[in-house]
Each structure stands twice: as structure tokens, then as C-alpha cells.
Design a protein around this ligand. Structure first.
Ligand code: NDP
Ligand code: HSE
Length: 437
């Protein structure tokens, strides 16, 4: 089996090492040896440390490499939409099998890749694109096909989990924690993709597509990142017996006309410390899959980093190589359900709202009135003095309100109305709360 590797950075270089160190076992598992026939990179002369590969296989022309007739499997570890899409479409249409870790491309235009694979007759595998080393897509794509998945909830971005864990545990600053995550090889080439939630949203789209047999793209996912989560939010969550995580939530729902829908969102949320996702620290990922017959399944493990991701990539290389030798291909994309994507405003959630208010008679009633007007029920209210710690007439006070479950649109409208209330000096923070306390 002749392999073309596109990209030899954090992930690609570990693919080379693992493929070399496991070569005898891989050959036995596949039934034929794997050989790296070419590696395309941007900078041929870059120092890549000790790599167990002939330097002559390096090229700066990925197109030329994927077009070669002697290539069976193309492994893409570059990232981005173009030119990666063009390389992979070229390879797939020519009948080669493709293994990719590129979640951004799959979420942006996975349909084009699946169509090209169907046209060329090769396989398209992408286990490494979501949750690093964790075997998650294969179970969704195969093992759970006899069941009906109702919800997928998880932590799917290692970088942001690393940052939030550091902020919570040691009080580390945001920039400091991001720099460390980047040094450890967790962050994307542009870490904005991590901290603004684009990476998690791409993974959410991939998970929802597989779980609900529907093409869900990045644009269908409601996305918020962690850049607005402050040290005060982290402290406030702690005071409530909670922690803050960047969650991905994909769920089946029902529209007003009774039709089935799917909603997909990524945003920071407070979860109780008793919640199983609360203890997922550092760059680890964890995903809950709820299915009608199976019940709750939890997948947990390293979500980022070169070696863990290379493990998932090579698992796919073994699978597609075996298929080629057997002259078969895996089942095509399953998108028959074609469910409508529900807007974020209809998602049911709870809000934790911190207000800076004037501390005088009637303020609490006015604030409560705004919630009532929007049909939002209050679960808890906590008041403390701002600054000195002693509440007093005509001084500011902090008011922390946690709601019961309500549609996101009603909750957002409540916050908007609170901003216009005389007694409210500012809305200090708004965070969603997920998981029962
Ligand atoms: P890196 O930035 O470390 O490596 C990218 C590689 O692609 C480099 O070898 C680079 O070449 C090469 N490259 C970039 N542009 C071109 C081009 N135009 N032509 C040829 N080669 C090019 O990225 P990662 O290894 O971290 O990530 C690779 C992919 O894996 C991405 O899709 C990412 O989202 C995904 N992924 C990453 C994980 C991680 O933990 N890092 C985990 C899961 C998925 P050169 O070396 O010469 O610069
Ligand atoms: N940047 C990604 C993360 C890499 O931090 O999760 C793994 O997909």
C-alpha cells in the first residue's frame, strides 16, 4: 500500500514515526506493507528533527503527488479549506482512498468530498478530525447504526479545555494558558479557530451529521468561543459549585409542525462539579452519546496533540488499506434523514446572569418583572454588596440570577431588556448553565 502524506507538522510527523515503529504489525494487520511514497510540505528545507524516512520522498508539490498513479492512499494532515479540498477531490475522483484530520474542510464542504469518494469508488475516513485519539466517529458511523441517537454532548476542543482548566485550577491568565497549549501542539495554526469556537463548531457539525444522518455544516452551528469568559466568571462558577466548559451540544427536536429537527450549538457553559464532564481537564475531550436503546455512552481520552491524533489517523489507514485489498469500500455517507436545522433561539437552556444594580427598594421587583414579562422563570437569586462587601441603601449591589429552562430567544430578550432597566447599571456577565445541579 503506497501512501502519500500531505503535511508533516505536529500530526504528520507523528504519523511518519508511528507508521515506521509499527510497520511489521501494520503489515500483518493489513495483509500488505505500508510504504510512504511521498510527503508534501510547504518548506522542504525545514528542520523536522529525526524522521525515519528517506529525505528524497519530500516534495513541495502536493498536486503532483496526489495525481501519481502509484499512490493508493492519501493522508491529509495540512488543514484549511483550499488547497486541501482540491487535492482531496482530485485524489478521490481518481479512485484513491483518503484519510484526513481536517475538520474545518469536512464541516465546510464535506458533501463535495463524500460525492467525490462515491464517484471514484475509494474510501473517505476522518476519525482524527473529532476528539483526537478517541474512537468516536466509527462507533457513530457503524456501531450505533442499529439505534436512534437523540443527543450528543461533549468537550471537543483540547486547547480551550486546557485554557479553562488552567484558569480554574491555578488562576492562570488566558494568554499564558493559550501560549502553553500552542507549545504543546494542541492549538490550530491560527488559534482563533480554537478560542472563538470555530474548531469545536466544525467538530459539532461532523458529529451531528453522523449522529442524525443529515448534512450539517459549520454555518448551521450556533458558535460562541471562550474569549469573553473572565476570571470573575470562573470564580462565580466555583462559588456556585460549578465549572465552566466549552460545550458542544447536538440534539434532536420537534418543530411546531411536528417535523423532526436537529439543533447544534457550541458555547461556554457552567456545569455542576458533579457532572461527569466537569472532571475532564487539560487537553482531554469527552463526549456523551445518548441513544434510545443503548442509553448513555461516554467516550473519553486525549483530544489533541501529535501522537494521539496520529493513532486515529493510522487506524483509518489500516481500515481503508484493508478495504482496498479486499476490493470493497465502506458504506457511503448516510444523509437520508435530511432533518431541518433548528435556530438557536428555540434551544432550551438556562442562564446565569450577574447584574450590577442600584441597591434600593423595588429593584428586585423591577428585575423580577422583566423575567416575568418574557415568560422566564427564576430558579435562584443571590445578592451581595459590590466592592466593600456590605450592602446598603443607594449603594451598588451584585445580583446573581439563575433561571429555569427556557428558550434561548426568551432568555436573550430578557437580558436585553435588563440592560435598559434604570436600576441595572450593567449586565456584568451572562453564561448558560447546562446539566442538572
Ligand atoms: P501543522 O501546522 O503542525 O502542520 C501543517 C503541515 O502542513 C506542515 O507540515 C506544513 O508544511 C504543511 N503545509 C501547510 N501548507 C501547505 C501547503 N500549501 N502545501 C503543502 N504543505 C503544506 O498542523 P497540525 O499537524 O497541527 O494539523 C494538521 C491537521 O490536523 C489540521 O487539519 C488540524 O486541524 C488537524 N488536527 C490537528 C490536531 C492537533 O492536535 N494538532 C488534532 C486533530 C486534528 P511545513 O512543515 O513545511 O510548514
Ligand atoms: N486544536 C484542536 C484542539 C486540535 O485543541 O482540540 C484537535 O482537534
Amino acid at each position: 500500500m503506497r501512501v502519500a502524506l500531505l503535511g508533516c507538522g505536529t500530526v504528520g510527523s507523528e504519523v511518519v514515526r508511528l507508521l515506521h515503529s509499527q510497520s511489521a504489525d501494520l503489515a500483518a494487520r493489513i495483509g500488505a506493507p505500508l510504504e510512504i511514497a511521498g510527503i508534501a510540505v510547504r518548506r522542504i528545507g525545514r528542520d523536522r528533527g529525526e524522521l525515519p524516512v528517506d529525505p528524497a520522498v519530500f516534495t513541495a508539490d502536493p498536486f503532483d503527488l496526489v495525481k501519481r498513479d502509484d499512490i493508493d492512499v492519501v493522508v491529509e494532515c495540512v488543514g484549511g479549506i483550499e488547497p486541501a479540498r482540491s487535492w482531496l477531490v482530485e485524489a478521490l475522483r481518481a479512485g484513491k482512498s483518503v484519510v484526513t484530520a481536517n475538520k474545518a474542510l469536512l464541516a465546510e464542504d464535506g458533501g463535495t468530498l463524500h460525492d467525490a469518494a462515491a464517484q471514484g469508488g475509494g474510501d473517505l475516513y476522518y476519525e482524527a478530525a473529532v476528539a483526537g485519539a478517541i474512537p468516536l466517529l466509527r462507533p457513530l458511523r457503524e456501531s450505533l447504526h442499529g439505534d436512534r441517537v437523540t443527543q450528543v454532548t461533549g468537550i471537543v476542543n483540547g486547547t480551550t479545555n486546557f485554557i479553562l482548566s488552567a484558569m480554574g485550577a491555578t488562576g492562570a491568565g488566558f494568554a499564558e494558558a493559550l501560549a502553553e497549549a500552542t507549545d504543546l501542539g494542541y492549538a490550530e495554526a491560527d488559534p482563533t479557530a480554537d478560542v472563538e469556537g470555530f474548531d469545536a463548531a466544525a467538530k459539532a457539525a461532523i458529529l451531528a451529521s453522523l449522529a442524525f444522518h443529515t448534512r450539517v455544516g459549520a454555518a448551521d452551528v450556533h458558535r460562541e468561543g471562550i474569549t469573553e469568559v473572565t476570571a470573575a466568571d470562573v470564580a462565580s462558577a466555583k462559588a456556585m459549585g460549578c465549572t465552566i466548559k466549552l460545550l458542544c451540544i447536538a440534539a434532536r427536536g420537534t418543530a411546531a409542525d411536528g417535523g423532526e429537527t436537529v439543533s447544534v450549538r457550541v458555547h461556554p457553559a457552567m456545569i455542576p462539579l458533579s457532572h461527569p464532564l466537569a472532571s475532564v481537564g487539560d487537553a482531554f475531550n469527552a463526549v456523551f452519546v445518548e441513544a434510545e436503546a443503548a442509553g448513555q455512552l461516554m467516550f473519553y481520552g486525549p483530544g489533541a496533540g501529535g501522537a494521539p491524533t496520529a493513532s486515529a489517523v493510522l487506524g483509518d489507514v489500516v481500515a481503508v488499506s484493508r478495504n482496498r485489498l479486499a476490493g470493497v469500500r465502506a458504506a457511503s455517507e448516510s444523509a437520508y434523514a435530511d432533518l431541518a436545522v433548528r435556530p438557536m433561539g428555540e434551544a432550551l437552556t438556562r442562564y446565569h446572569i450577574s447584574l450590577d444594580v442600584t441597591d434600593r427598594p423595588g429593584v428586585l421587583a423591577a428585575v423580577a418583572g422583566v423575567f416575568a414579562e418574557h415568560g422566564v422563570s427564576i430558579a435562584t437569586v443571590r445578592q451581595g454588596a459590590a466592592g466593600s462587601g456590605v450592602a446598603g441603601r443607594d449603594e451598588d449591589a451584585d445580583l446573581v440570577i439563575v433561571t429555569h429552562v427556557a428558550p434561548d430567544a426568551a432568555l436573550a430578550a430578557t437580558v436585553q431588556a435588563l440592560r435598559g432597566l434604570d436600576a441595572v447599571r450593567s449586565v456584568a456577565s451572562v453564561l448558560r448553565v447546562e446539566g442538572s445541579a
